[in-house]
Write a new protein. Structure first.
Length: 173
């Protein structure tokens, strides 16, 4: 009786590897759009939070400095180390007031309603968050004014620019 050595093939065949790669690609094609939508939703939630922070800071600025609302978003913060004054109130984080971009949104706040007194010139304000790239960093533009109601433009359009134009947008529920 002669003994023959039988050799068994080890490893995977080319067709098996192609099937595994195809399955991985199908799973990735399903998961990536959901990941992008989740990222946009997170950026939008951050933008709404930033708008609410700006509104609170504007009210605090008005009551602290007695000069009405801030003329610009830069008046609400300041670079670190920050010394509180009417020009740099140190109320908001420098990410919001100095860089003005947070979580894929460009942030702004502008004093308006010049019917105030010389000491308190701005009787209203408009704060906005506009996506840096519509469809990628965010889908909607958000804004608010002294009423505190956060509103949005579903098309992700430009900053409304005034509290009056902001009031024409859809209120966030």
């Amino acid at each position: 009786m002669s003994s023959k050595l039988t050799s068994k093939q080890k490893g995977f065949s080319l067709i098996e590897l192609l099937i595994v790669v195809a399955i991985i690609l199908i799973i990735a094609a399903i998961a990536i759009p959901n990941l992008l939508r989740a990222r946009i939703a997170a950026n939008e939630a951050s933008a709404v939070g930033s708008i609410r922070s700006i509104v609170t800071a504007e009210v605090s600025y008005s009551s602290t400095w007695g000069q009405g609302f801030a003329a610009a978003i830069t008046n609400l913060g300041g670079a670190l180390p920050c010394t509180a004054a009417a020009a740099t109130a140190c109320i908001l984080d420098p990410i919001i007031t100095v860089t003005k971009i947070k979580s894929g949104y460009t942030l702004s706040a502008t004093g308006a309603g010049g019917a105030g007194t010389a000491a308190s010139p701005y009787t209203s304000f408009e704060a906005a968050a506009v996506p840096v790239t519509v469809g990628t960093t965010g889908q909607r533009t958000f804004c608010s004014d002294e009423s505190g109601v956060v509103r949005f433009d579903p098309t992700g359009g430009a900053d409304p620019g005034t509290d009056v134009l902001c009031e024409r947008l859809v209120a966030l529920q």
